[in-house]
Design a protein around this ligand. Structure first.
Ligand SMILES: [Zn+2]
Ligand SMILES: [Zn+2]
Length: 68
């Protein structure tokens, strides 16, 4: 499986959407709402995303997966 960002072989899969990502493009660590560019993400702080060591592709919007 290839990284969604480049042509490197993927090393992990996004926890939220399943996209494959290589070690260069993986987004990992404590993931909280507003971790990246704020905006509509912060409109739902009551259901803030908080996932430790989650693998994220950097493209999708995890809140849609976590909150329902
Ligand atoms: Zn990559
Ligand atoms: Zn994703």
């Amino acid at each position: 499986m290839k990284c969604i960002h480049c042509e490197e072989e993927a090393r992990a899969v996004c926890k939220f959407c399943g996209h494959a990502v290589c070690k260069e493009h993986i987004q990992q660590g404590r993931f909280v709402s507003g971790y990246t560019t704020p905006g509509h993400w912060l409109s739902r702080t009551a259901n803030a995303v908080s996932v430790d060591d989650a693998v994220w592709c950097g493209l999708c919007h995890p809140e849609y997966q976590i909150t329902s």
